[in-house]
Each structure stands twice: as C-alpha cells, then as structure tokens.
Design a protein around this ligand. Sequence first.
Ligand code: VGL
Ligand code: ZN
Length: 205
Amino acid sequence: MAAEYDNSVLLVIDVQNDFCPGGKLSVPEGNLVVPVINRIMHRFAKVVATQDWHPGDHLSFASGHPGKEVMETITVNGIEQVLWPDHCVQGTAGADFYPGLDLNGVSLILRKGTNRETDSYSAFFENDRETATGLDGYLKGLHMDTVYLTGLAMDYCVYYTALDAVKLGYKTRVVLEGVRGVDFPEGNVRKALNDMKQKGVVIIE
Ligand code: VGL
Ligand code: ZN
C-alpha cells in the first residue's frame, strides 16, 4: 500500500531517555512526543530516527571544562558551545530510545555527535556547519522532497535540523504536538519557533 506521503520522510529527533523526564538533560514533557510519533509514523514513505551519541569525554560536557558551569556558553575553535551536563553517552541507558517509541517502521537510525571535538545539533551537518552526516545523501537517493520533524529538543536539535533541511531544498514541516523544547535560555522556544517560520518552515498545529 502506498504511503500517504509518498516523498515525505518523518525525522524522529533524539527521543532518548536523557532528554525525557528523569534523564540527564531533561526536556519538560519530552516523553509526551512518543504517542504522537507512534500514531503518525505509518503514514510516511520513510522514517529516520536519530540518536545523540557522544563519547564520554565529549567537548560539549561541562565536566570536561574545569572551572566552567553547566549551561555556561564558551567559544571553542570559533564555535559557540553551550556546556551541557553529561548526556547520551554511547552505550549508556541514557542514550537508549525512550521506552515505547515504536522503532519497527524506522528504516535508518542515524547517530550524531560522535566526534569528541564537534557537537552536532543538526541531523544534516555537525556544528562546524560543514561536516555532513550523510542524511542528505540518503534522502536525496530516495527522492524524498519533504521533511516532517518530530522529537527533542525543539529549540536545539529539531531547530537546527529544520533550518538545514530548508537550506538543502526540502519542504520542511514541524509537527508542533510532536516536539518539546528545553527553553534555555528562557524564551528560546518562542525564538526558535519564530525563526523557523521566518525561514520557511511550516509549523503544523
Ligand atoms: C540536544 C543539547 C545537546 C538535542 C543534544 O537533542 O536537542 N540538545 N545535545
Ligand atoms: Zn548532545
């Protein structure tokens, strides 16, 4: 049976234990995206899920920067970096998908943030803005022209992925019910939403 959205991919961004309540970098109500994603995923031609997948000494962890606090912003190699609590360390329970997320229909699991020296908010490019993850090639190879976004966190990984998707020429939609943000600094969720809209992302309510 043809999928309802033939050339559309659903991206499920970082729905992992550490981004859900009880996790190391908990997003308020992060777990509530799961039933929404499970409900809509079967309509898409392809579903891709990402995992934030850091080595234990990743540069984005405040723990590796003596004298710096969690949530402080520093500049490393000319790139602004928020210093996060240790999160989504490769192979730990915190990096696992949140229980109940339906992975059966997922055709690709993409792991990002694996280079110690570079963070990767976007599923398309690392934060140096030039190292590709390979996702664009995968989607173009499958003739996908539309990207629907769900997952966590709306004002970081979903936001950067959406902006890159627009730049790469995809029709880009964010499913509002299927995302939640960290809202750091305060107001960041609203700012991200406005910026996405302004840059051509359609927000589906
Ligand atoms: C994320 C902060 C650090 C995200 C990942 O998935 O939005 N945020 N690493
Ligand atoms: Zn991360």
